[in-house]
Every structure is written in C-alpha cells, then in structure tokens.
Design a protein around this ligand. Structure first.
Ligand code: GDP
Ligand code: MG
Length: 383
C-alpha cells in the first residue's frame, strides 16, 4: 500500500535511528516512505540524515526554521506535503510502536474507514507510558470532557487525544484546520465528518529525550476546545459576559464601601476595559494577532472604543438615573448589553480584521524523491 509516515520531531535525535529501522521492518510489503517535519534546535536533522543513509524506506526531511503551529502545524505541513493515499501520523520518540502501522492500514482498508485511530483506551490498549499519575489523570479527564462536548463526532472515538493515527488524505479538508498545540487529531475529527475506526495500542515509555507537553499546551488545548465548539463569536460573548459580571461586581462592591455610583462605575470600567483587551488577545483573536497591526495599535483602538463607549454609557446612566426612579445597577446592565453588540462589531471588523492578502502565494512544495533523502529548507533565515 502507498503510505507516508508523517513524524513531527522536536529534538528527538537519539530516537530517530531506531525509529527508522523499526518502521522499515514493520512496513515491508508496503510502498512506504517516511516524512520528518522537524522543528528541532539541536542536531536532529543530522541524525535523520545519517540514519536515512541506511534506511530500507525512503526518508524525507522538512526542517522548519519557524515552527508555525507547533506540533499540529508540523503534522499539517506533513499531510499537505505528502501525496500518498494514506498517511500515518506518529510521534518520533518511540512511544508509538511502529509495528502497529500495518495493523492501522489493514483496518482502514478492510473497514472502508477514513481514519484509523490508535487508541490507548480500548481493551488491549494502555497509557501507562505517560510519565506520571498526574498526567494520566489530566489525560483521562480531558478525554471525558472532550467526548462530552462532541457527543456525535466522537461517538466512535475513545481516544481523541492520541497522536497516532492513519488517515486517508483525500477525506480531510486540510485547509479547514487551525493548527495549535498538540491535539491535531481532535481538530481533524471536529472539523470533518469522517468514518472512524479504532485499534488498541500500548503507549510506551519515552525512549530518550524529554516530553514537550507542558502547561502552555494545556491552555492551548482549552482554547482549542472552545473555538471548535463555540466559534469566535461565543468566545467574544464569554469574555464580554465575564467582563460585565466583573464590572457589576466591582461597581457594587465599591458602592457597598460608600463610593458614589458614578465614581464606582468609572473605576469598574477602567479595570474591565484592560481585562477585556487582555482576554480578547489571549483567547479570542490569538490567531489573528500575527497578521494585523502591532499590539499597542490594537490596544489603542480597543481602549479608544471602550473609553468612548464607557463615557457615552456613563453619561446615559447619569441622565437616566437622575430622571427616572430606576435602580442604577439595572440601568448599567442594560447599557452594557447594548454596548456589547457594538463592541463585537468594532473588534471583529476593525481591530482584528486580518490584513488583506494581495495575490495568493504559490505554495512551496518539493517533489517526493525516491532518493534516500530530500531536504527541504523552509523559510531560510537565522535558525
Ligand atoms: N515538529 C514539531 N514536533 C514537535 C513539537 N513539539 C513536540 N513535537 C514532537 O511531537 C511528538 C510528541 O511530543 P512529546 O513531547 O513526546 O509529547 P508527549 O508524548 O505528550 O509527552 C514528539 O515526536 C515530539 O518530538 C513541535 O513544536 N514541532
Ligand atoms: Mg511523547
């Protein structure tokens, strides 16, 4: 069978020779090739080249100087750069046994599936290779949460967080995927409608080097879940709702301390405006920050809007409260809700509007060579 094994690597030098050897042994009889998508800062590329020289399967290396999208971005780049009918995605640290590759492929063909997930949570599988009990707990609870959030798309998937799977390339709309963090399989499953089957596997111990999973990946994962499930609009609404509650809480708290209601509203607004901007930057528009203006320009635009909106709102608050016998907090709540709609329009249409692209760039894509190694140096520049 025609298959490309896509392997994202970040400083995996000591593991690649053994990995290439075991993949070669496991894929005899298949028309297999290996594609490393490497973001390493060490000598991993040299180790790949050395091991490739004696490999029984063709090895290709894409080294990226700019690790766009991290692990997920590397996998997508590999899928986009391969031309095989099937791709197998696996880690480069031997936690994913290469011996399972033919099992995944056979299962996909026999069951006419689009994607075959190697699952740690089926009978016969296990995740004991995860470093410690804390990571196992995090893994099983996030898996349960994720499956609860996508009950239909993940109904046949016990392990949406695995990084080991075989996929029929034509079944996936690669352009629809938004790579971020570690969980590319979840991105693929959530944004496509695929026939999924699973095979159990034992997630081994890392052979050499260190895990790159960390708290930052965890935070990325939470925002990925939110974006996949609710989209940008609801993220904006959630941030706005949190800001409105904080605004009311601060205003109420200051009033309880005896501060005049207008003074309390001004302090509450200042805190809320800055907090709102930070949350929008970090959680809602994080993927559009790179393409637009610099952060201070965005901050100025955002604060200018919010400042004007707050001034108008506070003036209205004053006029209404002084004119009619209504509670000031109720008036404030209605005014905040109105301001929210205007603020969403302004931020998505102006502050974070993606920069116009003029002509589309032709994609850089090197042909697959049958030679043992075909280096593609991306975005050449200082490493
Ligand atoms: N290309 C690329 N590969 C990465 C990156 N981060 C991690 N990897 C690779 O992704 C695989 C899984 O990462 P690992 O640190 O083992 O995560 P863990 O198994 O969840 O602890 C390994 O092959 C890593 O080398 C990255 O930013 N870019
Ligand atoms: Mg690992």
């Amino acid at each position: 069978m025609d298959v490309t094994i896509v392997i994202p690597t970040f400083n995996e030098g000591p593991n690649v020779a053994e990995l290439i050897r075991r993949i070669g042994a496991a894929t005899t009889g298949h028309d297999a090739r290996i594609l490393f998508v490497d973001d390493s800062t060490d000598d991993t590329p040299a180790m790949v080249r050395r091991a490739a020289a004696t490999s029984t399967v063709p090895v290709r290396l894409i080294h990226r100087d700019v690790a766009v999208g991290g692990l997920s971005g590397a996998v997508l780049e590999g899928l986009a750069a391969s031309s095989s009918e099937w791709c197998v995605v696996m880690d480069g640290d031997l936690q994913h046994p290469p011996e399972l590759i033919p099992v995944l492929l056979a299962s996909g063909v026999e069951q006419i599936a689009d994607i075959v997930v190697a699952s740690r949570h089926l009978d016969g599988g296990s995740s004991l290779g995860l470093d410690n009990p804390l990571r196992r707990l995090v893994s099983s609870s996030t898996t349960a949460l994720t499956r609860a959030m996508f009950p239909v798309k993940l109904r046949n998937v016990t392990d949406p967080m695995t990084g080991f799977f075989a996929v029929r390339r034509s079944a996936v709309d690669i352009g629809s995927l938004r790579p971020r963090g570690f969980k590319i399989l979840l991105e693929i499953l959530a944004r496509n409608t695929l026939t999924v089957v699973e095979e159990p596997f034992v997630f081994g111990k890392r052979v050499a080097g260190d895990s790159k999973a960390d708290l930052r990946q965890g935070i990325r994962f939470v925002t990925q879940l939110g974006a996949l499930r609710f989209g940008r609009l609801s993220g904006f609404a959630a941030v706005g709702a949190a800001g409105a509650l904080a605004n009311l809480a601060i205003m109420g708290g200051l009033q309880a301390l005896g501060v005049w209601y207008l003074g309390a509203a001004i302090v509450a607004a200042t805190v809320t405006i800055i907090g709102n901007f930070l949350l929008l930057e970090l959680l809602v528009f994080h993927d559009l920050r790179a393409g637009g203006r610099n952060v201070w320009a965005r901050f100025a635009q955002s604060v200018a809007f919010n400042g004007i909106e707050t001034t108008v709102r506070t003036a209205l608050l004053w006029v209404i409260v002084e004119t009619f016998p209504v509670p000031s907090l109720l008036v404030q709540a209605v005014l905040i809700a109105t301001g929210f709609v205007l603020r969403f329009l302004y931020h998505s249409r102006i502050v974070y509007r993606p920069a116009r692209t003029t002509a589309p760039h032709p994609s850089v894509s090197a042909p697959l060579s049958a030679s043992s190694l075909d280096d593609v140096q991306r975005q050449a520049g200082p490493a």
